[in-house]
Ligand binder design. Structure first.
Ligand code: SAH
Ligand code: MG
Length: 218
């Protein structure tokens, strides 16, 4: 992925306050971040309070089946899988085989391996083959921003009515107002299209680098 800051995991005192109160990390989540460091993966996972936001959205709509694009070390996937019911399912797509193997170990370590199917490859190539898995209750997109309009087109059909699309880094690391890369422009183009799509109720939660939240109308 291009144009990522080196340390999205840096947090402010207010972030720390929220995390300590509402989203404390247990040993498994801390293990995943340590494992990511040991494997020299970039520091671009969700913050704990963003993981908790996903958790809340999943439980609020009773989501059972989720799709993720961009697994990295499995940190966000564990937040998602834990929020799903015992028979819930997460399908996550990851291009890097190195990241995929770290993520698989993370799902096992966190005890959610039975809920998670990781598919290795570029999302744009994999999505057409996932049509039979639809409908999804929740989709979380956190990779390859240049293709976000394409992912949106696929996901907008694959979500069930009442389902939710969540997209990380809505502010493109501060570049959303003056896009500087294909990634930034991909994010901006996606948001413009989403904002005018009458099938969705949408907003950006202004936490951290921003999370797009879009609910597919019933
Ligand atoms: N959601 C993760 C962080 C994802 S970082 C978390 O919060 O823990 C983005 C990930 O997307 C990286 O692991 C990168 O290898 C992967 N990626 C980049 N381009 C991709 C593509 N076209 N298809 C699938 N995965 C991709
Ligand atoms: Mg991100």
């Amino acid at each position: 992925m291009t144009n990522q800051p080196r340390n999205e995991r840096e947090i402010t005192p207010l972030d720390r306050y929220v995390i300590d109160l509402f989203a404390p990390e247990d040993a498994a989540l801390r293990w995943i971040q340590a494992e990511a460091d040991r494997n020299e993966l970039p520091h671009i996972s969700l913050q704990a309070y963003e993981g908790k936001t996903l958790h809340l959205l999943i439980t609020a709509i009773g989501a059972r089946k989720a799709l993720e694009i961009g697994a990295l070390a499995g940190y966000s996937g564990v937040w998602i899988a834990r929020a799903l019911p015992a028979d819930g399912k997460l399908i996550t797509l990851e291009k890097s085989s190195k990241h995929a193997s770290v993520a698989r170990a993370s799902y096992q370590h966190a005890g959610v391996g039975h809920k998670v199917t990781l598919i290795e490859g570029a999302a744009l190539d994999l999505l057409p083959g996932l049509k039979s898995e639809a409908p999804f209750d929740l989709a979380f997109v956190d990779a390859d921003r240049a293709n976000y309009v394409n992912y949106f087109h696929w996901i907008s059909e694959a979500l069930r009515p009442g389902g939710i699309l969540v997209v990380h880094n809505a502010f493109a690391n501060g570049h959303i107002l003056s896009p500087q890369s294909d990634d930034d422009r991909g994010m901006a183009a996606f948001q413009k299209e989403l904002a005018h799509d009458s099938r969705f109720d949408s907003n950006i939660l202004g936490v951290g680098d921003g999370m797009v939240v879009a609910v597919k109308k019933q």
